[in-house]
Design a protein around this ligand. Structure first.
Ligand SMILES: *[C@@H]1O[C@H](CO)[C@@H](O)[C@H](O)[C@H]1NC(C)=O
Ligand SMILES: *[C@@H]1O[C@H](CO)[C@@H](O)[C@H](O)[C@H]1NC(C)=O
Ligand SMILES: *[C@@H]1O[C@H](CO)[C@@H](O)[C@H](O)[C@H]1NC(C)=O
Ligand SMILES: *[C@@H]1O[C@H](CO)[C@@H](O)[C@H](O)[C@H]1NC(C)=O
Ligand SMILES: *[C@@H]1O[C@H](CO)[C@@H](O)[C@H](O)[C@H]1NC(C)=O
Ligand SMILES: *[C@@H]1O[C@H](CO)[C@@H](O)[C@H](O)[C@H]1NC(C)=O
Ligand SMILES: *[C@@H]1O[C@H](CO)[C@@H](O)[C@H](O)[C@H]1NC(C)=O
Ligand SMILES: *[C@@H]1O[C@H](CO)[C@@H](O)[C@H](O)[C@H]1NC(C)=O
Length: 572
């Protein structure tokens, strides 16, 4: 993804990052956390669609506002026309509200579906506007519904001047949108940019190289996009903010010098990803006195051919406008601390590791801690990763999966929108679980930076920003050693290297890792950390509730449909 945080200039010379796609009429109105995305479907701005979704539960929520007091229709079309379209029609008429799930065979009146799979949540009409809020499953529930995919889809709309559902004349249209991966990619008006990149860096003739460069951010800073000059070499890159103690530029192989102090993630780009843009309400803050901070650009070169003499200028492009942001956003690294002290056994079909972020410790490192409104995540493991799930716990109970990727692919990493803003309250715990496959490996896979090592991380994009850098955990080495019967580190290492790794021993080791005490660490921007002991909670799957309780009309068509619809209205 090229990643597009964008900064906006705040008052008094401070800068904060804003999002693209500020529509001109952008207001500071309170955003509905369940409906973070919004687009006008027509050029005249009479038809507005807001939406949000929950991929874990498999549902999507819409709010359609049309400048009419007649009927309104909305749907999904295979080719953009009526043929084969999945449509909902609703309105407020003289006899009250009406709302039906329909489908169209051709350019004719859409027929009411046998099974009603759209659930009406509210329907109002006032000041010549009709607002219809409804929910459906992301999947298709019957042959007359179309599934919502994470590709651009053709959305159609139509409306009437009164409540007689009939030909809509010119009051109709189509717009193509990717609802589940919404990236508006509108060029910010009046924006300038500058780049933070490598400059004529000679990529070494070795397979894995992490190169780091510390520099001041330019005066007015607004990120936006990756600038990759060698797509075959650059696998991913990160931008970190340095603590104020770092006051000099620096360039070297990563983690060989002062660069290791700059650990507060600001921006991420991974191979295969598309552009990332912030939601309207928040922008990434390079915040505060931007000139005071140095930033570290880390580029991971995957030089498979070990070719010599390649020169690279990759990095990130920062755009800025003079717009003010509603909220400053930030990125928090959560998961399993990256360190060479844990190992995934070889020949394992499925091996689980965990990292815990316990937000109860945030107040120990910050003066003004507060809840996090999380809107996007980037999940990250290396080659052996197959799945990543982030469990969300409150008061000792799992309340959600914050995010999940059941088909993790190292070659396709990107920042994904959660579909709605999920509040993480201080005191909540986030458990990052990674599933690895090491079937084809014959030696231990250690935690570490190289592609052949492993990581288990979730980068959370949230607002309002806090001066936080990491919220991670790590299995307590002493507990692990003694649980496995080792008296010291040397004995433990010897044990790990000489063990016969079969299903039994792998399972046992996995259970031990899960059971023992964890070292739970929260670190602020100054690298001041709070270190505590903790244990890992159990993660369960949140059952998805795909198909709405529809009104099935297979047998006694009309009567039961009317009854069912009447019940839906009554329950509004
Ligand atoms: C919506 O309708 C109202 C009243 O009919 C009208 O004043 C307004 O200009 C319309 N808005 C748009 C965007 O057409
Ligand atoms: C980078 O290399 C190009 C081509 O060799 C050269 O024109 C340019 O001056 C170099 N830039 C810097 C900053 O050295
Ligand atoms: C930053 O902006 C200020 C005011 O516009 C200007 O005086 C200063 O020279 C700029 N600094 C840099 C490094 O561009
Ligand atoms: C490796 O070298 C081959 C042959 O020289 C070339 O075709 C290929 O594109 C190179 N691959 C990379 C990743 O550089
Ligand atoms: C392991 O290697 C075999 C043979 O090369 C391949 O078919 C299989 O997909 C590999 N499995 C994994 C999990 O990479
Ligand atoms: C973060 O720290 C900087 C430097 O100390 C300060 O200027 C800024 O206000 C802090 N930001 C927040 C959100 O606390
Ligand atoms: C796994 O290895 C241990 C130790 O060598 C052995 O006792 C055990 O029987 C093996 N289990 C399986 C399922 O092969
Ligand atoms: C870290 O915290 C300690 C104790 O609160 C404080 O004395 C020290 O100045 C802090 N260091 C930095 C770099 O903020």
């Amino acid at each position: 993804m090229g990643w597009c945080p964008l900064f906006c200039k705040g008052n008094m010379g401070t800068l904060s990052l804003v999002l693209l796609l500020l529509s001109v009429q952008w207001s500071w109105a309170q955003e509905d956390p369940l409906l973070p995305f919004s687009e006008h479907l027509d050029l005249e701005h009479k038809v507005q669609l807001k939406w949000g979704f929950n991929e874990i539960q498999g549902t999507i929520l819409f709010e359609l506002t049309v400048n009419t007091s007649g009927w309104v229709g909305f749907g999904f079309s295979p080719k953009g026309g009526m043929t084969g379209a999945d449509i909902v029609i609703g309105g407020v008429g003289p006899e009250g509200r009406y709302f039906t799930d329909r489908h169209a065979g051709g350019n004719s009146m859409p027929v009411v579906d046998q099974q009603q799979n759209y659930k009406l949540l509210s329907l109002t009409e006032s000041d010549g506007k009709t607002v219809m809020k409804f929910q459906r499953s992301i999947e298709a529930c019957d042959e007359n519904d179309l599934p919502i995919t994470n590709l651009p889809m053709k959305l159609i709309y139509a409306y009437g001047q009164n409540d007689n559902i009939m030909y809509h004349s010119t009051r109709r249209g189509m717009k193509e949108l990717n609802l589940l991966k919404y990236m508006p990619r509108v060029n910010p008006p009046n924006s300038n940019f500058f780049d933070i990149t490598m400059v004529n860096f000679s990529v070494p003739a070795k397979q894995t190289h992490y190169h780091c460069k510390i520099m001041r951010a330019a005066n007015s800073t607004f990120i936006i996009e990756r600038v990759i000059t060698n797509l075959d070499l650059v696998h991913h890159l990160l931008l970190y903010r340095c603590p104020l103690t770092v006051t000099e530029p620096f360039e070297a192989e990563c983690y060989t010098g002062v660069d290791g102090e700059c650990m507060e993630t600001v921006a991420v780009w991974g191979v295969g990803g598309g552009a990332f843009e912030f939601p309207e309400v928040a922008g990434l803050p390079i915040g505060g006195n931007v000139e005071d901070f140095f930033y570290r650009l880390e580029v991971y070169y995957n030089n498979l051919n070990k070719s010599a003499g390649r020169v690279d200028n990759s990095g990130l492009r920062f755009y800025y406008t003079s717009e003010l942001c509603q909220h400053d956003a930030a990125v928090l690294m959560t998961g399993l601390a990256v360190a060479p002290g844990y190992a995934v056994p070889p020949k394992a079909k499925s091996f689980l590791t965990y990292g815990l972020c316990d937000t109860a410790y945030i107040p120990k490192v910050l003066e003004t801690p507060h809840d996090l409104q999380v809107f996007s995540v980037m999940l990250h493991t290396h080659l052996a990763g197959r799945k990543v799930r982030v469990g969300h716990f409150r008061g000792g109970k799992q309340i959600d999966l914050l995010a999940a990727d059941e088909n993790y692919d190292f070659e396709y990493q990107e920042v994904t929108n959660l579909g709605k803003t999920k509040p993480v309250k201080l005191g909540d715990k986030l458990l990052v679980e990674c599933t690895y496959n090491t079937e084809n490996r014959s030696t231990l896979t250690w935690g570490g930076l190289s592609t052949s090592d492993e990581m288990c991380l979730a980068f959370l994009f949230y607002y309002p920003a806090m001066n936080l850098s990491r919220c991670v955990s790590f299995p307590d080495v002493t507990s692990l050693g003694s649980a496995m019967g080792a008296t010291d580190l040397g004995t433990w290492l010897y044990m790990m290297f000489t063990k016969t790794w079969n299903d039994t021993s792998t399972n046992q080791y996995q259970q031990t890792l899960k059971r023992i005490d964890q070292l739970v660490v929260v670190t602020n921007s100054n690298n001041n950390g709070s270190h505590n002991k903790g244990t890992l909670p159990d993660l369960s799957v949140i059952p998805s509730a795909p198909c709405m309780s529809g009104c099935a009309t297979k047998s006694l068509a009309l009567l039961s449909l009317l009854l069912c619809l009447a019940v839906q209205w009554a329950s509004l």
